[in-house]
Design a protein around this ligand. Structure first.
Ligand SMILES: [Fe+2]
Length: 482
């Protein structure tokens, strides 16, 4: 059986590189001093194409160090889970303590720096990892023991405080998801457990200056899929019954969680499925509020992996989101359930209604803004165009004030991943900066780190890598600490 998510540039690379001589076309802006980091799945061993889901592959991080107008290095490294270390023939890493989460797969979804540490992040209660500046694995990350049971791949940094706000989910949390705030010291200073209808996959959330927004949408933990990846065939019927009775109802004690997840392996099924019986809702909680302060708003069933941004506007909240008509229904290998759109959801706190409008109907994903405007009104949004759910050849720029979208094609044989905005100067205006991301060239089977001028979308520089960077998930600019 073929699996699109193991073919072409989805196929894993087999080699870790450390390259210090990199060819560059164009001019790297001299003020860029830091690392562009990006992570994605890269299974280390052979996987079964029939069951492999793209979200479950072993994590590999890619990084390019820029300084003084030069590209100093490119590195790619697998995140060393015990299974990956074993496969590489390295000294076996001990299993992480269950308080850090469980090790179904390696952290593969987002990579960022916070409080002087480089963090490889994943969701769903799976263990996160800390990396060195050179992308080697330090070990599991639980924020100095202050956060138990895993985190999320999509924290949002409050531009005023520098703190990381997040919403985490896990089937072990019962019918709760957890809002958390990680301080600038790298430790959790505030958590709120919020009750939802069951055990949803809550990939991302939104933050405004006043509110936390929960996307409680109908993709939920699936006992059948979970049993298939965690227990031998003869035990699966019993396991399914036990899981179905417990998941989404009760919080699992850590010792029970340790036993239940011991057999879970990555590089296989995703234990979440589209659930038409699950109510689609958006939850709004004041930042300083508690679980009892959450208000819920019905929304048409759909799935949102990624909001672009959100902000308060009078007695309403504006949510700009990339809407998928469905997720994890028929597409069991990756997110591919019909064309996505950029939509605006206006949550009216006065009349209790949520109104949906369409901003742009290009199929798209990986929406980003100038992160200095997280939770504040934004004019511009950046995204990448997709074709049939897969990587396209264009970067999109939305001018939401004018209602216009510009398209920059990178070329017929080129495929783009997420592009991240980096400002020219900390106090400069919105959109005054660059966009950077990996671009794969099918004709050479290699990738570039491409730097675009955010205002014009013209290419400023391309850093040519010696290998390809497989299609992956999220990246961020990690500036050198001053
Ligand atoms: Fe994501």
């Amino acid at each position: 059986m073929s699996n699109d998510y193991l073919e072409g540039n989805y196929a894993p690379v087999r080699q870790e590189h450390t390259i210090t001589e990199l060819a560059v076309t164009g001019t790297i802006p001299a003020h860029l001093d830091g690392r562009y980091l990006r992570i994605g799945p890269n299974p280390i061993a052979e996987v079964d194409p029939e069951t492999y889901h793209w979200f479950t592959g072993d994590g590999m991080v890619h990084g390019v160090r820029l300084r003084d107008g030069r590209a100093q290095w490119y590195r790619n490294r697998w995140v060393r889970t015990p299974a990956v270390a074993h496969a590489l023939g390295e000294v076996a890493r001990r299993r992480a303590p269950i308080r850090t989460g469980f090790e179904m797969t390696g952290a593969n979804t987002n990579v960022l720096s916070h409080a002087g540490r480089t963090l490889a992040l994943v969701e769903g209660g799976i263990t996160n990892y800390e990396l060195t500046e050179d992308l080697d694995t330090v070990g599991p990350c639980d924020f100095g023991g202050t956060l138990r049971g895993g985190y999320t791949a999509h924290p949002h940094r409050d531009p005023n405080t520098g703190e990381l706000h997040a919403v985490s989910y896990s089937f072990g949390r019962g019918n709760r998801v957890q809002y958390s705030v990680i301080g600038v010291d790298g430790r959790a200073r505030h958590t709120v457990d919020v009750t939802v209808t069951g055990s949803p996959m809550m990939h991302d959330f939104s933050l405004t200056e006043k509110h936390v927004v929960f996307y409680d949408l109908p993709v939920t933990f699936d006992p059948r899929q979970a049993a298939a990846i965690s227990v031998p065939p003869g035990m699966r019927a019993l396991s399914r019954l036990v899981l179905a009775a417990l998941v989404g109802r009760v919080r699992w004690p850590e010792p029970f969680m340790a036993i239940a997840t011991k057999g879970m392996r990555g590089n296989g099924n995703l234990p979440y499925r589209w659930n038409p019986r699950y109510p689609a809702r958006v939850g709004v909680m004041p930042r300083a509020g508690g679980a009892g302060d959450v208000r819920w708003f019905d929304v048409e069933p759909c799935y949102v992996f990624h909001p672009l941004n959100a902000y308060d506007e009078g007695n309403a909240i504006v949510l700009d989101v990339v809407r998928h008509p469905k997720a994890c229904d028929r597409g069991l290998h990756g997110p591919n359930e019909g064309p996505t759109t950029l939509d605006r959801w206006l949550v009216d706190l006065a009349d209790g209604k949520l109104r949906e409008t369409r901003l742009d109907d290009h199929p798209q994903e990986y929406p980003r803004i100038d992160d200095r405007l997280i939770g504040r009104p934004h004019r511009y949004g950046y995204a990448v165009q997709t074709f049939g759910g897969h990587a396209g050849d264009s970067v999109l720029k939305h001018d939401l004030r004018r209602g216009q979208t510009s398209t920059r094609r990178l070329g017929a044989h080129h495929r783009v991943g997420e592009f991240t905005f980096v400002p020219h100067a900390p106090q400069g205006p919105e959109d005054d900066g660059v966009l950077m991301g990996f671009v794969y060239d099918e004709s050479t089977d290699r990738s570039d780190l491409t730097i675009l001028d955010a205002a014009s979308l013209e290419t400023i520089a391309a850093i040519h890598l010696p290998d390809r960077v497989p299609y992956g998930f999220h990246g961020n600019w990690a500036p050198t600490a001053s």
